[in-house]
Design a protein around this ligand. Structure first.
Ligand SMILES: Nc1ncnc2c1ncn2[C@@H]1O[C@H](COP(=O)(O)OP(=O)(O)OP(=O)(O)O)[C@@H](O)[C@H]1O
Ligand SMILES: [Mg+2]
Length: 278
C-alpha cells in the first residue's frame, strides 16, 4: 500500500459554525423565529489537513449529517464559515477548481438509478459534467475495478446485493477522483464481513489517491480501523469532546483488529463518547 499523498486532498476549515433549524407547527409554520429553533450546531471549529482521513463519531441526532451537508455545500450555516480550500486558493464549499472534482458524497443508502446499468450509474457524475462517452466509460470501468466490481458493469441495481450496491455508490463517488470524499454512515446497513471488506477497499483508495476523507460512523471500531484522526462529538448541539490522533500503523489489516494497541484506541474513543454524554 502506497503512502497517502497530501497533495491529493483539500483542506477543510470550519469556523464558528452555527446551524439552527426552524421548529414547525402542525401547519408547517416556523414557531417564533430562529431564536427558538432547534440548535444543531453552535460555534463548531474544525480544521482538517489536506489528505487527512478523519472519522466523525457522535450520538444519534447530534448534528453529524448536518455538518457533512454544510461541508458539501448542500446546506448553509446560520453563522460561521465552512471553507473547502483547494491548492489554487480558498473557495467556498462546492466551488470547482482544477481538473479533479472538488467533492463527492456517499450517503447511507446507495441511491442508484434502477433503470441504469452499474456502468451507467458509475459514469453518471461524468455524464453530468459533460465528459465524452468513451472517456466516462473508461473512467467508470476503472472505478469499478477499484472496488472489485470489474465484471458487474452490465448488471442492474436490482440484481446486486446490498454490499455490491454500496460498492457501486463508492465507485460513482470515486469516478471523478474527488479531492474531498464525504461519507455518511455508508456501510451501516451491511453485515460485519462485507463492512470490513469495504473498509479495506476505502482505506486502499485513500492510500492510492490521497484525497481528504471525512467519514461519519456510529461504529467505534470502524472509526479506529479506518481513520488517522477521530473527532468525537457531544449530543446536540454538537461540540468536540475529543480530537484524537489514532496511534496505529499506516498499514491496516484484519490482524490489527485483535491487537492490544487497537483495543486501547477503541477504549479511548468509547470513553470520549461517554464523557461527552452519549
Ligand atoms: N432539515 C432539517 N429540519 C429540521 N431539523 C433538522 C433538519 N436536519 C436535521 N435536523 C435536526 O438536527 C439535529 C441533527 O440532525 P443530524 O441529522 O445532523 O444528526 P446526526 O448526528 O446525523 O444523527 P444520526 O446519527 O441519527 O444520523 C436533529 O435533531 C435533527 O432532527
Ligand atoms: Mg446522520
Amino acid at each position: 500500500m502506497k503512502k497517502a499523498m497530501a497533495s491529493g486532498g483539500v483542506r477543510v476549515r470550519l469556523t464558528g459554525i452555527r446551524r439552527v433549524f426552524p421548529v414547525l407547527d402542525d401547519a408547517g409554520r416556523a414557531l417564533g423565529g430562529s431564536a427558538s429553533g432547534l440548535v444543531a450546531l453552535d460555534g463548531l471549529d474544525l480544521d482538517i489537513a489536506p489528505g487527512a482521513f478523519v472519522a466523525l463519531l457522535g450520538p444519534s441526532g447530534c448534528g453529524k449529517s448536518t455538518l457533512l451537508r454544510l461541508v458539501a455545500g448542500l446546506d448553509r450555516a446560520d453563522a460561521g464559515a465552512a471553507v473547502v480550500e483547494t491548492e489554487e486558493g480558498p473557495g467556498g464549499a462546492g466551488g470547482a477548481s482544477g481538473a479533479r472534482a472538488p467533492i463527492a458524497y456517499v450517503f447511507q443508502d446507495a441511491h442508484l438509478l434502477p433503470w441504469r446499468s452499474v456502468l451507467e450509474n458509475t459514469a453518471l457524475p461524468l455524464e453530468l459534467a459533460g465528459a465524452p462517452l468513451e472517456e466516462r466509460r473508461a473512467a467508470a470501468r476503472a472505478a469499478l475495478l477499484q472496488v472489485g466490481l470489474a465484471d458487474a458493469g452490465a448488471r442492474y441495481p436490482a440484481e446486486l446485493s446490498g454490499g455490491m450496491r454500496m460498492r457501486v455508490s463508492l465507485a460513482r463517488a470515486m469516478v471523478t477522483r474527488p479531492r474531498l470524499l464525504l461519507l455518511d454512515e455508508p456501510f451501516a446497513a451491511l453485515d460485519e464481513l462485507t463492512r470490513s471488506r469495504l473498509d479495506d477497499q476505502l482505506r486502499a483508495l485513500w492510500a492510492e489517491l490521497g484525497m481528504t476523507v471525512l467519514f461519519v460512523t456510529h461504529s467505534i471500531t470502524e472509526a479506529a480501523y479506518l481513520a488517522e484522526r477521530a473527532v468525537v462529538l457531544s449530543p446536540r448541539p454538537a461540540r468536540i469532546v475529543a480530537d484524537h490522533t489514532l496511534a496505529l500503523p499506516a498499514e491496516r489489516t484484519a490482524a490489527l483488529r485483535t491487537e492490544p494497541a487497537f483495543a486501547r484506541e477503541v477504549r479511548a474513543l468509547q470513553e470520549a463518547l461517554e464523557r461527552g454524554g452519549a
